[in-house]
Design a protein around this ligand. Structure first.
Ligand SMILES: *[C@@H]1O[C@H](CO)[C@@H](O)[C@H](O)[C@H]1NC(C)=O
Ligand SMILES: *[C@@H]1O[C@H](CO)[C@@H](O)[C@H](O)[C@H]1NC(C)=O
Ligand SMILES: *[C@@H]1O[C@H](CO)[C@@H](O)[C@H](O)[C@H]1NC(C)=O
Ligand SMILES: *[C@@H]1O[C@H](CO)[C@@H](O)[C@H](O)[C@H]1NC(C)=O
Ligand SMILES: *[C@@H]1O[C@H](CO)[C@@H](O)[C@H](O)[C@H]1NC(C)=O
Ligand SMILES: *[C@@H]1O[C@H](CO)[C@@H](O)[C@H](O)[C@H]1NC(C)=O
Ligand SMILES: *[C@@H]1O[C@H](CO)[C@@H](O)[C@H](O)[C@H]1NC(C)=O
Ligand SMILES: *[C@@H]1O[C@H](CO)[C@@H](O)[C@H](O)[C@H]1NC(C)=O
Ligand SMILES: *[C@@H]1O[C@H](CO)[C@@H](O)[C@H](O)[C@H]1NC(C)=O
Ligand SMILES: *[C@@H]1O[C@H](CO)[C@@H](O)[C@H](O)[C@H]1NC(C)=O
Ligand SMILES: *[C@@H]1O[C@H](CO)[C@@H](O)[C@H](O)[C@H]1NC(C)=O
Ligand SMILES: *[C@@H]1O[C@H](CO)[C@@H](O)[C@H](O)[C@H]1NC(C)=O
Length: 778
């Protein structure tokens, strides 16, 4: 056996054989691969860190010719490999490969080896999303059998003239790299090329389309997000077979004349977002490709709804958001027979042409009116409406009852308007309801039925009174409930515990009253991650086991997954929760909250007794505010176990004893306030604490040490020497960690919003994505 014969020479290989022998021999039969090919496959795998790789998945993607036993197809699983792809890699021994897909692995900082030259029979090659750098080697021009080449989402540079020789190409995807230079003129004339994606590079123009006898067969052309300088539109207008054309965000210096596209009779999808469009072409009413079903014109600085839209009888999707459109939305828009998705967000529209009924019979299913200047009452909604957003306008009057008899409605966002009257009785069937910041009055209707689909209900900042409706227990999909800043008068809703998915409960600034502890046991809501009940009249104390079994607050969410909290997501639209997050005593509204945010805010109530040691169980907790209550006793040492804690406010209570040294070990603690208590003794050391303002410790007669001016010298003899040394070492470690943290951005130093702080120690890419929070101003 091969394993045995090699045993003497390669003890490592032997180990490999022993471990995997059984699966190999199964594979060999299943794959019809010859022994040396299997060997090469294993060697290839061994060249990388592949500990995350599923052995059987790896071999599932291998195909060998059943007569020659040679590998002809390799489709390796996502995320299997990390490491450098070397010139002498065993990969280049598979001379008979016809299909190779290594996409979504991590060959970070490898350049593409010249040795791809060895794989001359390749027909399909996908190396996308791998972190490859440098230029594409000239040897790629030898891969003349390629029909499908995908190098997208890497860091490749230089030009790509070499593709000229790849005359069999059907699909070429080089998007999201750093390619520069021109598009080779012969490329657009490649006889079979159907799909060409060059988005997100640094290509400059001009584009040339040769006068060739054989017409191009290009159907899908994506050139968006490049820096073309020269003339590119006129040549493109010769590509008569085009169906998809993406020219978004081109940064060209001249206005695009839409009439140039009149020759593209088959065009279905046109993306022009982020360009300047010529005014004359916008006001012409014909000469636009007649079959268009999708037209994207975001950020085009348009001031008038283009008249030619009238002629587009096939138009299904129209996006003219982020422009300067003003006045009334023209009535004819709603009679386009196939119109389904319309985005008018972020313009200056103030009304509707036509009667209140104008939208009713249109075919529209998703409608975004948000961030405009609409006034008056809301028109009757289209019969088929599924998603309706009108947030941030000045609509007045009642929320129309048409909201209630639209069976397909899933998302209703009327937040930040001036709606008055009562909350409609019919929200049970809608998945996402946001009525935040209006002038709604009366009680929340008690009409949530057992088959309710409600996931998000935000009625914050209105004038609602009465009880929380008990029928909310029927909303078994409810994840987010906010009634903050109303006048609701009720006891704590312990009964919501039956909701299996409730993650966020926000009762802040109402007239809730009564005990905060359930009659017996802990408050364990199964999925609760955010509990905001500050500024009410809750009383009582927290039982010792209050924080036992808060499972969601003890499990850390994978921080690489979904970024922001929100329920509703489809291909076009995503809804995020809006929350006021407190940071350094200030509440700031955040439209986006990172998914792993876990917070408890019980501040400004009348809660007394001890802070239970069980708080130490909430290991995923990021912010805790117990300020302005009547807590007594010591600060629990168990805070040492709340290692993710970034913000801790215990001010304005009656806490006594020392500030536990353990707080000094919490390396992410960016904000702590224990002022106005009855604490004494030395403030724990460590930059995190010493760096806090004096105001965080003032109002405690017995505290000393930095940052306070009162020195502990003489009052507090240091503990035995060896103990101190140990602590110093620990501190140093914390300090080092901190230095790393601070390196990620200035947020910690300048203390912006807690969102920034949360993002601080995440990988840089996350910080980039997070960016500054968009605050909804009103
Ligand atoms: C590996 O993948 C196979 C098939 O996809 C799956 O059945 C198996 O559970 C996976 N094994 C591990 C350890 O993930
Ligand atoms: C080899 O594969 C082909 C097609 O996959 C199949 O038709 C043929 O029967 C196979 N031959 C053997 C010997 O398994
Ligand atoms: C490839 O070359 C490196 C040295 O550059 C060597 O360490 C490695 O063993 C070689 N790998 C193979 C598979 O030959
Ligand atoms: C390559 O693999 C990725 C990930 O499995 C997949 O999304 C992609 O469609 C594959 N490409 C080809 C050409 O099969
Ligand atoms: C890729 O691997 C490098 C080096 O091991 C690592 O630093 C980087 O985080 C990895 N990238 C991704 C996206 O996993
Ligand atoms: C094509 O392959 C031949 C033979 O391997 C090689 O000599 C030549 O340099 C390659 N061509 C390019 C442009 O790399
Ligand atoms: C690539 O095309 C150029 C000109 O079209 C030609 O001179 C060269 O020989 C071709 N290279 C290969 C490897 O076919
Ligand atoms: C293509 O043909 C047009 C006339 O049909 C001519 O004006 C133009 O110069 C030609 N371009 C090239 C590159 O031959
Ligand atoms: C956009 O074009 C202007 C000149 O037209 C140029 O100064 C600027 O650098 C370009 N921006 C990018 C991102 O290329
Ligand atoms: C609204 O559109 C303008 C461009 O017209 C853009 O600069 C601004 O960022 C957009 N505002 C929002 C909230 O998206
Ligand atoms: C409408 O466009 C805005 C801005 O471009 C975007 O944020 C929003 O999600 C879009 N709405 C829908 C329903 O697609
Ligand atoms: C922290 O947790 C550990 C293990 O769960 C436990 O043994 C320890 O007593 C806890 N520390 C405090 C101060 O509660």
């Amino acid at each position: 056996m091969m394993c045995e014969s090699r045993l003497r020479f390669h003890s490592l290989l032997f180990l490999y054989c022993v471990i995997f022998a059984s699966s190999f021999f199964l594979m060999i039969n299943a794959l019809a691969c010859s022994h040396d090919q299997i060997q090469a496959l294993l060697q290839f795998k061994n060249e990388f860190d592949s500990h995350g790789c599923n052995q059987s998945d790896y071999f599932n993607g291998v195909l060998c010719d059943n007569t020659t036993g040679l590998v002809t197809k390799l489709q390796l699983p996502i995320g299997c490999f990390t490491g450098i792809l070397k010139q002498n890699s065993s990969l280049f021994r598979f001379h008979h490969l016809r299909f190779l897909n290594l996409s979504h692995n991590n060959f970070t900082s490898s350049s593409l080896p010249f040795e791809f030259n060895n794989l001359k029979t390749l027909e399909v090659l996908s190396l996308s999303s791998n972190g490859f750098i440098g230029q594409v080697p000239s040897s790629f021009s030898n891969l003349t059998f390629l029909t499908h080449l995908d190098l997208s989402h890497n860091e490749l540079t230089g030009s790509f003239q070499l593709v000229q020789n790849l005359t069999k190409l059907f699909i070429l995807d080089l998007s999201y790299n750093h390619f520069s230079g021109n598009i080779p003129s012969s490329l657009l004339a490649t006889p079979f090329l159907s799909r060409l994606d060059l988005r997100g590079n640094h290509l400059t123009g001009p584009v040339e389309v040769p006068n060739s006898s054989s017409p191009s067969s290009l159907e899908h052309l994506f050139l968006g997000r490049n820096h073309f300088q020269g003339q590119i539109l006129e040549p493109i207008s010769k590509l008569k077979t085009l169906k998809d054309l993406d020219l978004s965000f081109l940064n060209i210096s001249y206005a695009i004349d839409l009439r140039l596209f009149s020759s593209l009779k088959y065009l279905l999808n046109l993306e022009l977002s982020g360009n300047v469009l010529s005014a004359t072409s916008l006001s012409s009413d014909s000469d636009i490709p007649p079959k268009l079903y999708r037209l994207m014109m975001k950020n085009c600085n348009i001031r008038e709804v283009p008249k030619f839209l009238k002629t587009l009888k096939n138009l299904e999707r129209l996006d003219i958001s982020n422009n300067r459109l003003k006045g009334k939305v023209p009535g004819w828009l709603w009679s386009l027979p196939r119109l389904s998705i319309v985005n008018l967000s972020n313009n200056s529209f103030n009304g509707f042409d036509g009667s209140e009924d104008i939208l009713r019979n249109s075919s529209v299913t998703m409608l975004d009116f948000s961030l405009n200047a609409f006034t008056g009452s809301l028109p009757i909604l289209p019969l088929l409406i599924k998603l309706f957003s009108a947030w941030n306008n000045s609509f007045t009057g009642d929320i129309p009852l048409s909201v209630c008899n639209r069976g397909s409605l899933e998302v209703l966002d009327l937040s930040y308007n001036n709606f008055s009257g009562s909350v409609p009785q019919c929200l049970s069937k809608v998945r996402m309801v946001n009525l935040r910041k209006n002038n709604l009055q009366g009680t929340l209707p008690d009409t949530f039925y057992t088959d309710s689909l409600l996931q998000t209900l935000d009625v914050g900042y209105n004038e609602l009174s009465g009880n929380l409706p008990r029928s909310l227990v029927n909303c078994s999909f409810l994840k987010f409930l906010s009634v903050e800043h109303n006048n609701i008068k009720d006891m704590f809703p312990f009964w919501l515990k039956v909701l299996p998915d409730l993650q966020v409960l926000n009762l802040r600034s109402n007239s809730f009253y009564g005990p905060i502890s359930p009659p017996q046991g802990s408050l364990a809501f199964p999925e609760l991650r955010i509990l905001e009940i500050s500024d009410n009249s809750f009383t009582g104390s927290l039982s010792p086991d209050y924080f036992v079994n808060w499972s969601a607050s003890t499990s850390k969410i994978n921080r690489d997954g979904q970024l922001y909290m929100g329920d509703y997501k489809n291909a076009l639209y995503q809804y995020f929760y809006t929350l006021d997050l407190q940071y350094k005593g200030l509440y700031m509204e955040h439209e986006k909250v990172l998914t792993f945010y876990v917070a408890i805010d019980l501040s400004a109530n009348g809660i007394g007794g001890k802070i239970p040691e069980s708080i130490g169980l909430l290991t995923a907790l990021i912010a805790l505010n117990l300020s302005n209550n009547a807590f007594t006793g010591q600060i629990p040492m168990s805070f040492a176990n709340v290692t993710e804690l970034e913000s801790l406010d215990l001010s304005g209570n009656k806490l006594s004893g020392k500030v536990p040294q353990e707080l000094g070990t919490l390396s992410f603690l960016a904000f702590i306030n224990v002022s106005h208590n009855q604490l004494k003794g030395e403030i724990p050391k460590g930059t995190q604490i010493t760096g806090q303002p004096v105001s965080s410790f003032e109002g405690n007669a017995g505290l000393c040490g930095l940052p306070l001016e009162e020195s502990c010298f003489g009052t507090n003899t240091p503990p035995i020497q060896w103990k101190r040394q140990e602590e110093d070492e620990e501190e140093e470690e914390v300090l080092n960690r901190k230095a790393v943290l601070i390196g990620y951005g200035p947020g910690l130093l300048f203390g912006l919003a807690i969102g920034h702080v949360i993002a601080l120690y995440k990988p840089k890419w996350l910080v980039k994505i997070f960016g500054p929070n968009r605050l909804r101003n009103h």
